[in-house]
Design a protein around this ligand. Sequence first.
Ligand SMILES: *[C@@H]1O[C@H](CO)[C@@H](O)[C@H](O)[C@H]1NC(C)=O
Ligand SMILES: *[C@@H]1O[C@H](CO)[C@@H](O)[C@H](O)[C@H]1NC(C)=O
Ligand SMILES: *[C@@H]1O[C@H](CO)[C@@H](O)[C@H](O)[C@H]1NC(C)=O
Ligand SMILES: *[C@@H]1O[C@H](CO)[C@@H](O)[C@H](O)[C@H]1NC(C)=O
Ligand SMILES: *[C@@H]1O[C@H](CO)[C@@H](O)[C@H](O)[C@H]1NC(C)=O
Ligand SMILES: *[C@@H]1O[C@H](CO)[C@@H](O)[C@H](O)[C@H]1NC(C)=O
Length: 401
Amino acid sequence: MLASFFAFAAAIALSLSSSASVSALPSGFATTDGTRFSVDGKTLDFVGANSYWLPLLTTETDVHTSFQQMRDQGVKVVRTWGFNAINGSELAGALESNLTYYQLWNSSELDYVVETASQYGIKMIVTFTNNWHGSDLYLAWIAGNPTTHDVFFTDPKIVASYQRYVRTIVERYKDSPNVFAWELMNEARCGSDTYPSGPACVPGSETVLKWYKEQSDFVRSLDPFHMITTGGEGQFFWPGDTALASDFNFNGQAGEDFDRELFLDNIDFATYLIPGSGFDTEGWGIDWITNHSIGKSYHCLLAKKLFNFSAAATRANKPIILESLIYPSWVQHALDLKHAIMPWQFGALGLTEDGGNRLIKYADEILNGASPNDGLAIYKNNTAIWDIFANAALVQDSRSR
Ligand SMILES: *[C@@H]1O[C@H](CO)[C@@H](O)[C@H](O)[C@H]1NC(C)=O
Ligand SMILES: *[C@@H]1O[C@H](CO)[C@@H](O)[C@H](O)[C@H]1NC(C)=O
Ligand SMILES: *[C@@H]1O[C@H](CO)[C@@H](O)[C@H](O)[C@H]1NC(C)=O
Ligand SMILES: *[C@@H]1O[C@H](CO)[C@@H](O)[C@H](O)[C@H]1NC(C)=O
Ligand SMILES: *[C@@H]1O[C@H](CO)[C@@H](O)[C@H](O)[C@H]1NC(C)=O
Ligand SMILES: *[C@@H]1O[C@H](CO)[C@@H](O)[C@H](O)[C@H]1NC(C)=O
């Protein structure tokens, strides 16, 4: 649960060759151009927003109010949940037919968000499931409470079920230029809050990498044009360096392998975040941002035995998005390195709904018209932080041409 508060990561890059994609890409679709994003041949450098709750709002007025405030801040891309992770007791009344929870998803609400985004000059990153709540429900309902979380990535019934759901969403919006990209999963890890990781998901097992490949290839088979990203947190697998051996950000223990994920044919860009819990000192964050920069060398000599990071960074030639920022210097460093920026999470004020929608997870409630706050929401009335992002959005906008 806690880890989800620190947001997520994503990646996008077009799998087609750039000449093929330029001629075939429908008008208004976002794509990549080297390490930058672009739309209709124009660079799109951006500040985005995270708002998982947007499709769960119960009135259309509140959707407009939220988009309006995002536009005020200069937001161009919004990441939201394309799933509604509800639990067994919530399902009870609606689920006599043994459907799994995600089939209860109310498409009309997500439809409204996707459709309305363009009125505010915004595109959506739509996430298919979550490591923290969504995938655990697949495990409980389909695998009958297995002993480890990584079963999510390998159980054929779960994979088939995930793909059925993904197919439904992708086919629904595959022609929409309002979708910026598909995201396979928020913060995929070997373990979750509910289930530990098992012996089949360890550094070097490539469990998550193989799942990313399988699922990104699957999405690409359904949709030739939209970008696809992992949704990972940006952890590296840099083995062989004893100084890093016990650091989950570098030792592969969480399940991710940022460099190799970025190399997958149908992963178009990557996201990464700055983890909380002691790693979020200012200097650590600056180095972490540098470590993720595309087109630069990763200085990890020992690991080069296994994988040539320098070559990876150069050849991947894909954009990346930084999420969950705290220090102004991090925002500046990300801007300097031309990473897109998407803080967790956007806070809207003045909503008409009150008391919250019982299906919203995390810090559920909408109180006094304020969107859910997990402690990291950035509302307009918090001008100091709000303005950091509004000003970064102006910088990004001035580069977008
Ligand atoms: C399921 O959700 C309901 C309503 O949000 C909550 O009261 C209940 O504790 C949840 N049950 C479990 C097992 O998480
Ligand atoms: C749901 O599953 C239960 C237990 O397996 C079964 O008895 C019931 O017939 C199923 N209902 C439907 C509508 O398939
Ligand atoms: C889905 O959401 C829409 C918009 O909020 C609502 O009008 C409709 O009744 C909902 N449908 C179901 C089946 O819950
Ligand atoms: C991360 O980047 C910083 C700054 O360039 C560098 O000093 C550090 O060695 C890098 N970390 C690793 C593990 O290579
Ligand atoms: C890594 O790749 C770069 C770029 O292709 C190349 O110049 C370098 O020699 C390679 N290093 C190793 C250790 O293979
Ligand atoms: C801003 O709005 C939030 C949500 O209503 C509230 O909790 C907070 O106290 C407000 N902050 C200021 C500085 O007014």
